[in-house]
Design a protein around this ligand. Sequence first.
Ligand code: BG6
Length: 313
Amino acid sequence: MTARSPSVELCKGNNGLGKIVLRETRGSSVEVYLYGAHVTSWKNDHGEELLFVSNKAIFKPPKAIRGGIPICFPQFAGTGNLEQHGFARNRLWSIDESPPHLAVNSSHRTFVDLILKPTEEDFKIWPHSYEFRLRVVLTIGGDLILISRIRNTSTDGKPFTFTFAYHTYFTVSDISEVRVEGLETQDYLDNLKERERFTEQGDALTFESEVDKIYLNAPPKIAIIDHEKKRTYVLWKEGLPDAVVWNPWDKKAKAIADFGDDEYKHMLCVEAAAIENPITLKPGEEWKGLQEISAVPSSYYSGPLDPHKVLHG
Ligand code: BG6
């Protein structure tokens, strides 16, 4: 048997849009569209898809791709001139040929660097100079790491402020069999109740109706346990204090044009985010936000989220 080497390939995706495919030696892979720097596929070494993408997703600008990992920048919620979730997810990014140094771990050998800079049109709706660099890493073990570095490149002394999220759509076998651990007892803003603040009660989160919550100052590690599939996703975040949990459920699903009526049963968004306290960058300053996700058989997962508690698969 010949050992395969990891690879990074630029090819054409749906509707001829540019797509980068990362492949690791054990068989895992990741696909990223230049449109939105949008990760649309993350497969483990058995070739199983771990991200949800709607069958109705539209791979055509200006619509953001429904599913995968849209990047919400420069705002999470929709206010002012800016659209809901900002514009980074529907701009054409470029491959960053000469990214500034980023310390790399030896298991992070398969990656692509992308960059977004404002156009004159963008400047009209968000008048700020920035460079947004995204590194997408597929580790040897098949984990997917997203590292965003946003720099204020203004020469006129103007700071800017933004909010941010990695809007990650995980694929699950049956939403009613899913449990999220790590967010219990946390404070959250409920988007379904005009962002009123509540405290999560009791045990791990389970799902039986629409949910749209922003957990504030959530712990860095969150587990999404898919009982039916016996798979646990572990999300690790740095520089991103908040975490959004979203599932539209049946009624809202029907109202979303690029989302199938029953698809809510097979997805859950858990999103590392910075929303409650927007980030301000002065000229020359840079912000970094990282999300790492891994998928493990539930029985293998023993990393306690809380030192007093161990998860059972
Ligand atoms: C979630 C928000 O992150 O994204 C929801 O909390 C929103 O309020 C959902 O409905 C989907 O947003 P969009 O813009 O991709 O349809």
